[in-house]
Design a protein around this ligand. Structure first.
Ligand code: CTP
Ligand code: ZN
Length: 184
């Protein structure tokens, strides 16, 4: 009986020690200065930085730009804090310029995005993307019986509302919101 008690005591003592050690480890690994809390993503020398992407659209931007097949350096970060849009994503693509078509596609999934053109490590141009009034051949119609899903017809949507995005199919008049949008 006595022995068990002391065993218990020892176990308690050990647990206490373990807790103290865990606390120490947490203190050692916690950022000590504000600068250590900052996430740094390497600057790029030449290329494009797409900033202020809503977090849920970060990987859609990656898909639009077909980055899986790009050879340059690519940095993708998401769920970052942003004063402007709450949480944001950022995609940095070394050695790639964007076509107008790509910029337009980005606008559809990330209407708040900024496209920065980088030359010799400097931001040479900052493009604020713009949601077009008509979206040609970019978005898939969510209506399975729509002609665009059954014949060789390019899709066409009218932008009914820009934020949050609401579009309407020219052919079947199906209304689609942000969550239904699938990029072709
Ligand atoms: N950037 C980069 N490589 C460079 C230059 C800039 O990756 N050689 C990135 C920055 O990290 C930033 C974005 O490009 O995410 C835009 O740069 P900059 O205009 O300097 O930053 P901000 O003033 O914060 O941009 P904004 O006003 O659009 O928020
Ligand atoms: Zn349709």
């Amino acid at each position: 009986m006595k022995r068990r008690k002391s065993k218990k005591k020892a176990a308690r003592k050990y647990a206490g020690k373990r807790k103290a050690k865990a606390k120490q480890i947490a203190a050692d690994t916690a950022p000590k200065e504000e600068s250590k809390r900052e996430l740094k993503i390497s600057a790029i020398g030449e290329g494009t930085v797409i900033d202020h992407i809503p977090t849920d659209a970060t990987f859609k931007v990656v898909e639009i730009l077909d980055l899986e097949n790009h050879n340059g350096v690519i940095s993708i970060a998401t769920n970052l804090q942003s004063k402007r849009i709450g949480k944001k994503g950022i995609v940095k693509v070394g050695g790639k310029g964007l076509t107008q078509e790509e910029v337009n596609k980005i606008a559809i999934v990330a209407p708040e995005a900024t496209v920065n053109i980088i030359k010799n490590y400097d931001v040479k141009e900052k493009i604020k993307v713009n949601v077009p009034d008509v979206i040609d051949n970019v978005v898939k119609c969510s209506n399975p019986v729509c002609i665009t899903n059954n014949e060789q017809v390019a899709t066409k949507f009218y932008v009914v509302k820009k934020d949050p995005l609401k579009i309407k199919c020219h052919y079947c008049e199906r209304s689609m919101g942000k969550e239904d949008i699938e990029i072709i």
